[in-house]
Ligand binder design. Structure first.
Ligand code: ATP
Length: 242
């Protein structure tokens, strides 16, 4: 097994009395894509929120070997973790360029040069040429697919080591989803590790190296993504036959 960049052990998250995530253990290997699939309300977004320090949790979370549970989100961003939230959360009244610049904010604050950020922006344009064409456009006027590209691009501006992606396919046509996931799988080649949360199980398993199935807050199955794509239970519940 490749070395784990992210390791989650026995993670539980509660909203008041209700435990939305219970005893979840998973890992993301360096330079690989791990996916968590599961139905609506299974706890996928909650899991990412806890990893990112947005929700209190029990259990241990390690990044590059160090405990990061209990750390604030800003510190995690500085360590190299970026979240692309389900609702994309762009600044609608700001341009594409300004949204991208904000993605590099913590690097600027840490003293990195404008030139270094401009280089990263060029890398983002190489992945998503459409963004370069839309630089002066307000984010709120982009199409759904372009918004998702911008959300990923903004996260990449922080030069993360680990990208947490919440349902990138949400509301997108299948072809656009395929394009975006294909781009994300190319990012592996540059050493990026990804935790991909998806309801679209087929697209997620076709993109990822390793997969987990989350059902009502607990993991029910895990394995190499290729193997899960051919697993009878996964086919019957999440993939359907065709
Ligand atoms: P979806 O794919 O629909 O976004 P999900 O797998 O991401 O679903 P979560 O959003 O993590 O699921 O929700 C898990 C459970 O926690 C659900 O039962 C949900 O109603 C509940 N929940 C989520 N957020 C809150 C909250 N702020 N307060 C109380 N309960 C919540």
């Amino acid at each position: 097994m490749a070395e784990a960049l992210l390791q989650v052990e026995e993670l539980s998250v509660a909203y008041g009395q209700v435990e939305a995530v219970r005893g979840v253990s998973l890992h993301v290997a360096r330079g690989q894509i791990a996916t968590v699939i599961g139905p609506n309300g299974a706890g996928k977004t909650t899991l990412l929120g806890a990893i990112m320090g947005l929700l209190p949790s029990r259990g241990a979370i390690r990044f590059a070997g160090d405990r990061i549970d209990g750390r604030d989100t800003e510190a995690l961003v500085r360590r190299g973790i970026s979240l692309v939230p389900e609702r994309r959360e762009l600044f609608a009244d700001m341009t594409v360029q300004e949204n991208l610049e904000l993605g590099g904010f913590s690097r600027r604050r840490a003293g990195e040069s404008r030139a270094a950020l401009a280089n990263t922006m060029e890398e983002v344009f190489a992945l998503f040429p459409r963004l370069k064409e839309r630089l002066p456009q307000l984010a709120g006027t982009l199409s759904g697919g372009e918004r998702q590209m911008l959300a990923v691009g903004r996260a990449l501006m922080g030069k993360p080591k680990l990208l947490l992606l919440d349902e990138p396919s949400l509301g997108l046509a299948p072809l656009i989803t395929r394009d975006i996931l294909h781009t994300i799988s190319r990012l592996r080649e540059s050493g990026l590790s990804v935790l991909l949360i998806e309801q679209n199980a087929r697209a997620a398993l076709q993109t990822a190296d390793y997969g987990y199935v989350l059902e009502t807050g607990e993991l029910s199955l895990e394995g190499e993504a290729d193997r899960l794509l051919h697993d009878e239970r996964v086919i019957a519940t999440y993939l359907g036959r065709h």
